[in-house]
Design a binder for this molecule. Structure first.
Ligand code: SF4
Ligand code: SF4
Length: 312
């Protein structure tokens, strides 16, 4: 059985990658499971998706704990333990990371026993791989590394899964799929199928039964109003809302009222400001501002401007 896990952030095509790969396996005669798993609900939050494929019926259920291949669409997730990118990575697990760094750097950094490979962020034309094509590229890379799914099946799967989008968009996704598949040719087939786990009774968990307690007693921190300030959820953000004060009319701070995380405050001069440590980049504020006073800036550009001494 092939067990493949994709990690990324909401909006990065991780779900699309698992759908394309699952369909490509199916077109190649495999039984397939493919499913995304969301944690937090916002764009930019870590998510993962997984694919199981086997020639025989699949009886396993649930998330994959012992992957044969892990693909990471966003390299920053590797360092975030809560994203569980390295969970279950074993001696035979192949690891692919979408990164601008050299493959050898990742091999040295991770020190994994299995193969480590990178999907360059430069993309097929050296201009940067757009986020909307990362899913197709990762799916194609996984197909080649598994070695049992042809490029033709991947291209057909892209067409099926993206049906309804413009022909040009589908063509560009197929182009990126061909590029990624070709890049992985030297390691074609490096992912070996592992035996299916035998079906059988689930062993009882090794927990200790505790008497029931009201959650406000047993887990007060979960109910404390300050919980979110302890977790810098701003790390999830891929796009940063920036208030353009010249256009802001101080309209009773619609943005602050509607921000689902309550991270927009108002300073003494009556100007709204955003707590970027905790803003998750959902862009509710941008869509609700009646004066179009909030711009969306790619997080990477905003951080670049900060480090160059610019404004937030
Ligand atoms: S909703 Fe827009 S105009 Fe109103 S306070 Fe917020 S940024 Fe300013
Ligand atoms: S400030 Fe805007 S983008 Fe950030 S969490 Fe609030 S509504 Fe979402």
């Amino acid at each position: 059985m092939y067990r493949i896990r994709f990690h990324g952030r909401g909006g990065q095509g991780v779900k699309t990658a698992s759908r394309i790969l699952g369909t490509a396996f199916f077109l190649s005669g495999f039984e397939v499971q493919d499913a995304p798993r969301y944690g937090a609900e916002r764009r930019g939050a870590p998510i993962f998706a997984y694919v199981r494929a086997d020639r025989r019926p699949i009886h396993e259920r649930g998330v994959i704990r012992d992957p044969g291949l892990v693909l990471v669409a966003d390299e920053t997730l590797v360092a975030i333990s809560a994203a569980s990118v390295l969970e279950g990575v074993g001696a035979r697990t192949a690891f692919l990371v979408h990164s601008g760094e050299e493959t050898q750097t990742w091999r040295d950094r991770l020190d994994l026993a299995g193969p480590v490979v990178t999907l360059p962020v430069a993309g097929p034309h050296g201009e940067g791989l757009e986020a909307r094509y990362v899913g197709a590229a990762c799916a194609a890379a996984a197909a080649c590394l598994a070695g049992v799914v042809s490029l033709g099946a991947v291209e057909e799967a892209v067409r099926e899964e993206l049906e309804g989008l413009a022909d040009e968009v589908i063509a560009r996704n197929r182009e990126h799929a061909r590029w990624a598949y070709g890049l992985m040719e030297p390691l074609r087939g490096c992912v070996e199928p592992d035996p299916a786990h035998p079906a059988g009774p689930i062993p009882p968990p090794g927990w200790v039964e505790l008497p029931f307690e009201d959650a406000r007693v047993s887990a007060p921190a979960t109910h404390a109003g300050v919980t979110s300030t302890l977790v810098k959820t701003g790390l999830w953000r891929t796009v940063r809302p920036v208030i353009e004060h010249a256009r802001c009319r101080g309209c009773w701070w619609v943005c602050g009222s509607l921000c689902p995380d309550g991270v927009i405050g108002v300073d003494e001069a009556g100007r709204p400001w955003i707590d970027y440590d905790h803003c998750k980049g959902c862009m509710v504020c941008l869509s609700q501002c009646p004066n179009r006073a909030i711009d969306a800036i790619p997080e990477r550009d905003a951080r670049g401007a900060e480090s160059a001494g610019g404004e937030k």
